[in-house]
Design a protein around this ligand. Structure first.
Ligand code: MLT
Length: 431
């Protein structure tokens, strides 16, 4: 709407006609041409591979300004949330729209603690899955089966069931992830402990006696909490868009989140943090020769990519990467021996940022660049990195699924295409 309350439109002119498109404005001044009547009115569609120019919905959850490097959840800058909130507060904020009052936070936390244990059949099922399977594959499978274990919480039209499914998913994902990890190293699982908070409990279930109650490392607890906050939502990224697409068919929350986990597993999405560590290892094998590696990246023939650099949306620093780099320095400064991979990452970043090849292409470190170095210092194997991303992203997926469920404008996702295959032809012998 313009200031005088009139709808603003732009006229789309094409050979043979024209069509008015409403011009919508978001809270922060972003603008969108609304094309929802385009096909019916003109018989034509828009073509936008990867949806890079397409807003699939209106959302009140997360705001990103990729040019300015801004990220806000429900209006709050990520830096302020990182400094002042716990991951549980951020979960509540994303899902319910406001920060919790102390009583609300207490109740939320108690519900999660009380529901962290897995049903016995689910524990048996997890223990029977291939122990050398990738943890992301196992995680997606386990989340999908929650719909079978809790079939009375799968109706997306029933608000009470949705509330229950929200709590069950948040409560059980860390327990599932920790059990998958313990199985992968052939160690006995550690049961959830109701006396511990969300992140402490996850670390305790993962590392067990290595960091039992008395030994939980306060800096690691803080680091894990912060990393989960920084990963909690990122508007219409690939996995969240997947959760929305699956949810748009009125599939249940578990199935939609399971699909999101599979989308996150891809190396171009959440799998990138694992790929960064593998890249740093490769450079280490080259005797730490960062210059040769940079030269290889610039050589198009070599097809070598600088993993953890660049982002579809950010054309400036990813604000999350700054927070993570600070955290990495804090953790690694405490180690007895210098961390070779962290030092390589710092050198690589400095070189790339001093090279116009990268800055001209607006390639800056993203969220994946330093997170793996921290996870490694905490003792996680690389195959668990994307699982940690999923733990952080869970409240974002849930918030988007719930927002869409209540959105009167939501429709089943059903894109069109521009067919470029063979024109009609006769089946051989039928001419
Ligand atoms: C994310 O946090 O999901 C990634 O940065 C990818 C994205 O936003 O497209």
């Amino acid at each position: 709407m313009s200031e005088d309350g009139k709808e603003r439109t732009v006229e789309l002119r094409y050979e043979g006609g024209s069509h008015p498109l409403p011009l919508l404005t978001g809270t922060e001044g972003d603008e969108a041409f609304e094309v929802k009547t385009l096909l019916a009115a003109t018989g034509k569609v828009t073509l936008d591979p990867g949806f890079a120019n397409t807003a699939a919905c209106q959302s009140k959850i997360t705001y990103i300004d990729g040019e300015a490097g801004i990220l806000r959840y429900r209006g709050y800058p990520i830096q302020e949330l990182a400094a002042g909130s716990s991951f549980l507060e951020v979960c509540y904020l994303l899902i319910h729209g406001e920060l919790p009052a102390p009583g609300e936070l207490k109740e939320f936390s108690e519900q999660l603690r009380a529901n962290a244990e897995l049903p016995a059949e689910m524990r048996t099922m997890l223990d029977a899955l291939p122990r050398n399977g990738h943890p992301m594959t196992l995680l997606a499978s386990a989340v999908n089966t929650l719909a079978a274990f809790y079939a009375d919480t799968t109706d997306p039209h029933d608000t009470e069931q949705v509330e229950r499914a929200t709590i069950l998913l948040l409560a059980k994902l860390p327990t599932i992830a920790a059990r998958i990890y313990r199985n992968s190293i052939n160690e006995a699982p550690v049961a959830p402990d109701e006396s511990l908070d969300y992140v402490e409990n996850f670390l305790r279930m993962t590392f067990g006696e290595l960091s039992g109650e008395a030994e939980l490392d306060a800096l690691f607890v803080k680091a894990m909490d912060l990393l989960l906050i920084l990963h909690a939502d990122h508007e219409q990224n690939c996995s969240t868009a997947t959760v929305r697409v699956v949810g748009s068919s009125q599939a249940d929350l578990y199935g939609s989140v399971s699909a999101g986990i599979n989308a996150l597993f891809g190396p171009l999405h959440g799998g990138a943090n694992q790929a960064v560590l593998e890249m740093l290892e490769e450079i280490r094998q080259l005797n730490g020769d960062v210059d040769s590696f940079i030269a290889k990246v610039k050589d198009k023939e070599s097809k070598t990519r600088l993993m953890g650099f660049g982002h579809r949306v950010y054309k400036n620093f990813d604000p999350r990467s700054r927070e993570i780099k600070g955290l990495a320095s804090e953790i690694l400064a405490r180690q007895e021996r210098p961390d070779e991979l962290f030092e390589l990452a710092l050198r690589l970043e400095n070189k790339a940022l001093a090279d116009s090849y990268f800055t001209d292409r607006k390639l800056y470190p993203n969220v994946d660049f330093y997170s793996g170095v921290i996870y490694r210092a905490m003792g996680f194997p690389t195959t668990m990195f994307t699982v940690l991303f999923a733990l952080g992203r869970l409240p974002g997926w849930i918030a988007h699924w719930r927002e869409q469920r209540l959105d009167p404008a939501a429709r089943i996702a059903r894109p069109r295409q521009l067919y470029v295959g063979p024109a009609q032809r006769s089946y051989p012998g039928q001419a």
